[in-house]
Design a protein around this ligand. Structure first.
Ligand SMILES: CC(C)(COP(=O)(O)OP(=O)(O)OC[C@H]1O[C@@H](n2cnc3c(N)ncnc32)[C@H](O)[C@@H]1OP(=O)(O)O)[C@@H](O)C(=O)NCCC(=O)NCCS
Length: 160
């Protein structure tokens, strides 16, 4: 754990980031770093070429990096992206924080940065699929189950 103490970056906070943490909105995140971060929380492996294409086709991509010490390279510790039409809708995908860094404000930082970027388009509706046990996290940013009972539905290609 590199963050010192309990660090929290709130939406309206002017508090600077710890020196060892940086934020990027660049879509060119190395696919191996994304793959490795996703694997750290048990998500299944995706092909690097497909990750690159998915990121390039995304509306917004946020990555959080911890500075490497000595010769160690910087480490990807938080990530999320959103797809959308830049007008009516956007959907958040792949929200993830490396286990060693969870519950230290990194997830909040990722979401705040992502929503700030989506707000530039003034998109009225942002949706997401919350994994079991993560509703409480998303509720902190104003997300809720649809009050009128509208449900997300899936159709998966079986030959994919
Ligand atoms: C869910 C996840 C992204 C949260 O990231 P995080 O860095 O631990 O979150 P933060 O420390 O920034 O927490 C922000 C707030 O949400 C709360 N929170 C975090 N995880 C939570 C959870 N699973 N349930 C309820 N509240 C949660 C924190 O207590 C904090 O609240 P506070 O601001 O009132 O103190 C992270 O746990 C994760 O990557 N999990 C594995 C992958 C995953 O399930 N992703 C979601 C896919 S839908």
């Amino acid at each position: 754990m590199v963050l010192s103490g309990i660090w929290r970056k709130n939406e309206n906070s002017k508090e600077p980031l710890p020196e060892n943490i940086s934020v990027s909105h660049d879509k060119a995140v190395p696919p191996q770093a994304v793959q490795e971060l996703c694997a750290s929380v048990g998500w299944s492996r995706r092909e690097p070429e497909l990750i690159v294409r998915a990121l390039q086709n995304s509306l917004a991509v946020v990555s959080i990096w911890a500075k490497g010490k000595d010769i160690k390279p910087d480490e990807l510790i938080g990530f999320a992206r959103a797809t959308g039409d830049k007008v009516f809708n956007a959907t958040v995908w792949d929200m993830v924080v490396r286990p060693d860094y969870q519950r230290a404000g990194i997830g909040r930082l990722v979401m705040c940065e992502l929503l700030k970027e989506l707000d530039e388009y003034q998109i009225p509706l942002v949706t997401l699929y919350a994994d079991p046990g993560t509703d409480g996290f998303y509720k902190r940013f104003g997300f809720m189950a649809d009050p009128s009972g509208v449900r997300g539905m899936f159709r998966e290609r079986i030959d994919y």
